[in-house]
Design a binder for this molecule. Sequence first.
Ligand SMILES: [Zn+2]
Length: 341
Amino acid sequence: MKRSCPCCAHSVEGALESPAYTRCLSCGHRWRTPPAATDAGYYESLVARNDLQAPWFARKIAERSAALSDLLAPGLRVLEVGCAEGALGQALKARLPVVYDGIELSRDRDLASQHLDRVFSTSAAGVSTLPYDLIASFHVLEHIAEPEAELLAWARLLGPAGRLLIEVPNQAGHPSLADDRNPEHLHQFTPASLGMLLARCGFACRSLTTGHYESPVYPDSIRVIAERQAQPAIQRELLLQRFRQRLGGPFIAYAIGGDFHNYLEPLAEGLELHALVDSSPAKWGQQRAGFVVEGYDPARHGDLPILICSIRFGADIRRQLLAMGIAPERLVGLEAVYEGT
Ligand SMILES: [Zn+2]
């Protein structure tokens, strides 16, 4: 029997690894085949999914609300997919004035609606509202039969600069458990499989960490913060803006070596290059980016900013240029452009 991994799309052949799960040899993902136990309507009848008095419940809510508040500012809009009784949103709204909506299929949504701005009882595919700045989801994606379709539905609800925070059990969720027999858990993610799934859905991971605490039996969770993969044209324009902000207009590129090749030459058409200058006579006369490399000439280069195009030798080159009597305010390091300092 041939199947495809739901995360990395690697083709999987042969028998199931266990009676319940298939394992992808490429990304390590395991999934229940066929999905069982959670037919449509399964969650609608459930209630009181969390024990609000348990010490681990308070522990995870405190940690999660701190993590979310680090990603937010007043007035931003949050959607929590699988908000349960709304305890996390309630805790977060006590810390920070944000708009906090939730999606909850179980009857716990009745309690959540007392604490949150809005609670939807449909899946994300059925939600139609303004874009969110952050979509958070803790221990939900492993319950969903088709995680790729679900992530695409979340993507549709996210603003252009919006972020995702997703947490799922790390494989079985406990380092000493080889298998997760929880029948609601259709997927056992690995850091690789969650990263691959996000990449296939157009997201770039900004951080991926493990060891996040859910409960005594799920103390090891993967947490990913992701955003939309930027389009190359947008990335290029953002980088050109950094050059313009730091250099303020036409400039001289100094030190025409590897860093110039890697970090300036691909952008040359969009840069306000005035001249390419190098201290080595061996490079004079070379054609690069539509210019001829030349030596420094105070008569022709005397007023323009000089971008020192070497991270490795930048400090040495700066000393040489200062020794030549060039004013320090004319010198800009490549690191100042890239780091925005
Ligand atoms: Zn895979």
